[in-house]
Design a protein around this ligand. Structure first.
Ligand SMILES: CC(C)(COP(=O)(O)OP(=O)(O)OC[C@H]1O[C@@H](n2cnc3c(N)ncnc32)[C@H](O)[C@@H]1OP(=O)(O)O)[C@@H](O)C(=O)NCCC(=O)NCCS
Length: 150
């Protein structure tokens, strides 16, 4: 998944990549903090294997060597759709926003969903409706949560 981008006159490769290693997750942390400012890098990285075992997966967009955008997802069984892909986190570094990076990630998520037999993609969003609408999503229910102590 290569494309070239121009930054200060230098052509840089733009890549959408699966983030699986510890160093990938460290590079993803500042981007994840755009959405979740209190995220602690050591805590996040230390839970990498356990989260991945539970099916949590991370994708990133790199411009050259720099991680600029991330998305995380899981795939769950669904009684009607067979399976559905749930988007959990989506963020782009402030200075890289508006360049189509999140849209590229949504495109890749749609391709993963299709390959994995998912009948739909679900995301809960409060502030990024425009991004999703432009990428073929339509409004669906409002969510409700209950926090569980311990
Ligand atoms: C929401 C967010 C992830 C979007 O990331 P992004 O990389 O800027 O997204 P895109 O560039 O693909 O699309 C965003 C805008 O750029 C425009 N755009 C899309 N492709 C583009 C391209 N190739 N070139 C220029 N602009 C483009 C879109 O029209 C969109 O504009 P709009 O938001 O005014 O409708 C980012 O703004 C962010 O991190 N926000 C804070 C965290 C957050 O709210 N996350 C969402 C959780 S659900």
């Amino acid at each position: 998944m290569y494309e070239s981008g121009v930054n200060s006159g230098i052509v840089q490769a733009i890549q959408v990549v699966a983030l699986t290693t510890e160093s990938d997750w460290r590079a993803a942390t500042p981007v994840m903090r755009v959405l979740r400012p209190s995220l602690d890098e050591e805590n996040f990285v230390s839970r990498r294997e356990s989260l991945m075992c539970d099916g949590y997966a991370l994708l990133g967009v790199k411009v050259g060597a720099r991680m600029v955008s991330i998305a995380s997802y899981t795939i769950s069984p669904h009684v009607i759709y067979g399976r559905e892909l749930l988007v959990h986190d989506m963020a782009t570094l402030p200075d890289a926003q508006g360049r189509g990076h999140a849209s590229k990630l949504l495109n890749e998520l749609a391709s993963i969903a299709q390959k994995q037999g998912c009948g739909r993609i679900f995301v809960h969003t409060r502030h990024a409706q425009a991004l999703y609408s432009r990428n073929g999503f339509s409004e669906y229910s409002t969510g409700m949560i209950k926090k569980i102590d311990g």
